[in-house]
Design a protein around this ligand. Sequence first.
Ligand SMILES: Nc1ncnc2c1ncn2[C@@H]1O[C@H](COP(=O)(O)OP(=O)(O)OP(=O)(O)O)[C@@H](O)[C@H]1O
Length: 254
Amino acid sequence: MELNVEDLRVNIGSTEIVKGISLKGESHKFTGLLGPNGSGKSTLLKAIYRVLKPSGGVVLMNGKDISLISEKERAKNMAVVSQFNQVSFEFTVKEIVMMGRTPHKRRLEQETIEDYEIVSDALKKVGMESYSKRKFSTLSGGEKQRIILARALAQQPKILILDEPTNHLDIKYQLQVLSIVKQLDICVVAALHDLSLASMFCDTIYMLKDGRVMGQGKPEEVITTEMIRDIYDVSASVAIDEKTGQLAIQYMIS
Ligand SMILES: Nc1ncnc2c1ncn2[C@@H]1O[C@H](COP(=O)(O)OP(=O)(O)OP(=O)(O)O)[C@@H](O)[C@H]1O
């Protein structure tokens, strides 16, 4: 399943925040959105998952205008891990992850053994299986983030939208979460801040500034000394590490 965003515009009040962005999230590909604070990444994602209504353009899910698809149908195919998830603190971890199964069930339908297996598998994947009875409110920021990801995994989406999915996580879990997402081998569109991690996991990167796409392509095409200077106003040297073959970024304080 793929996602096409065509000339999307989003206004907040009288200000245009997203100024005509087009992008493609392909099946089996990890697409990253990078850009400075306030460049419009979250606003763009919110318009994709319909928390915000665009003022222009269209979002297509497998060629279908997403605004014409029912919420339930959309949730069967698309899961979202956003920065500020509204989760009631009364629920246990297991109950929260079970909520991921809702779009796949009829009204008042009981959970099946398969649902419990999917939930337990999702908790295992994020390394949180021993927390299933804990109240969500008692978890640390990083633990909460992994549970929200587990809920998205239990949803078994074909498109996964992530808004800074690693911002509370230590480096081990940043790598773990992005590896899990990569291994899902579905269409992933993620706003990220860390350029090194983005270069490791993304197949395609869109670089945003001031609500526009300033560059797109493979990580090594987009994450360059020039781009980092132009977009972030930061001096950096970017090289390919001979041992690992990965991009090595060194920042310089001017
Ligand atoms: N509800 C709102 N009311 C007013 N301005 C808003 C609102 N939501 C977003 N903005 C503004 O829109 C711009 C883009 O914000 P957005 O959150 O999309 O950026 P971002 O690239 O995700 O930033 P960050 O990396 O800091 O999370 C910012 O200038 C922000 O202040």
